[in-house]
Design a protein around this ligand. Structure first.
Ligand SMILES: [Zn+2]
Ligand SMILES: [Zn+2]
Length: 315
């Protein structure tokens, strides 16, 4: 009588052994083929100047809607309200300049967030002997990676301290570009709030433009176009303000959106513990220097993480 663990398949032991070996080799081959596929990085388009774009069709639509909403607000509000009122002498130069500055800053941050490297881990990365215990293995790229790294199915790459893959910028948010994303959503909130305020003032407070050509397309359809500003402004404000709050809370609570979603809280021994202040946690993300510099929308990244948290090096 065969025991429970032995099943008579009508085959010799050698035949069963060959089948098991064949299955094991096919599975290994499949894993290696998949890893080789990822290693060619078919989903990342690398351009000169360090720009990287993610090839993802659904992401193009969501990213395109944000770019359109930004462009629409940035063009229509100065064109229909701010410049005509300034020309007529109802408005000083300052609000006109402030809006144009916010629009330009948000646009440049949007482009930089779309094309930045979130901290994709090179395929030839190896942990130092000190790091070995804390690193994990990605079963899809077959690489070693630091804790809190995550494999993004959209980018098909592992990203250090990955927060989430944001469809609105069609890019991952990770250790190297979270500061940029935080600036983007902060300036995006300010821009949309400013635009909505101008929109409401246009309908209820501001006088009609005297010097505007009444028969031009824009001034014939200005009421309709300003309703469009209100709708796109509300959408932008919702997306940007919720992300500003979520990202700030993640930094203060020392967790990523991915961790919140999969309920996995992993910590590195050398990462900030609960006794580190919120200011210290923000410094790790936003970099060294005085706080006012964190708000400079045109600043360049002056430090890199170099795979070890809290050991950012000045470049
Ligand atoms: Zn991976
Ligand atoms: Zn991604």
């Amino acid at each position: 009588m065969p025991s429970d663990s032995e099943v008579d398949l009508g085959m010799s032991f050698e035949q069963q052994f060959d089948i098991v070996n064949f299955l094991r080799e096919s599975t290994n081959k499949e894993i290696e083929n998949e890893a080789a596929y990822f290693r060619t990085s078919p989903n990342i388009i690398f351009l000169p100047g360090g720009f990287q774009f993610v090839r993802h069709v659904r992401g193009y639509f969501s990213m395109g809607s944000v770019v359109l909403a930004w462009a629409y607000n940035s063009y229509i509000i100065p064109k229909l309200v701010l410049f005509p009122l300034w020309n007529d002498g109802y408005l000083s130069w300052f609000p006109v300049f402030a809006f144009c500055f916010l629009a330009f800053a948000t646009g440049s941050l949007l482009f930089r967030s779309i094309s930045s490297d979130p901290g994709r881990i090179p395929f030839d990365t190896r942990p130092t002997s000190a790091d070995k215990m804390n690193w994990t293995h990605c079963q899809r790229c077959l690489i070693q990676r630091p804790l809190k790294s995550h494999h993004c199915s959209k980018c098909q790459r592992c990203v250090r301290k990955m927060d989430h893959h944001c469809p609105w910028v069609n890019n991952c948010i990770g250790e190297d570009n979270q500061w940029l994303f935080l600036l983007l959503v902060f300036y995006g909130s300010l821009l949309s709030l400013f635009g909505l305020t101008v929109d409401i003032l246009y309908f209820y407070v501001f006088p009609k433009c005297l010097s505007c050509p009444r028969d031009s397309f824009f001034f014939v359809h200005q009421q309709f176009l300003m309703y469009g500003v209100f709708i796109s402004g509300c959408g932008l404000l919702f997306v940007c303000s919720t992300q500003t709050i979520t990202q700030s809370a993640n930094i203060i609570l020392d967790k990523t959106t991915v961790e919140s979603l999969i309920f996995a809280r992993k910590r590195l021994p050398d990462r900030p513990t609960d006794d580190s202040t919120s200011y210290q946690k923000f410094r790790i993300v936003c970099g060294p220097g005085p706080v006012w510099r964190w708000f400079n929308p045109f600043r360049r990244k002056r430090w890199k993480a170099n795979f070890v948290y809290q050991q950012h090096q000045e470049v």
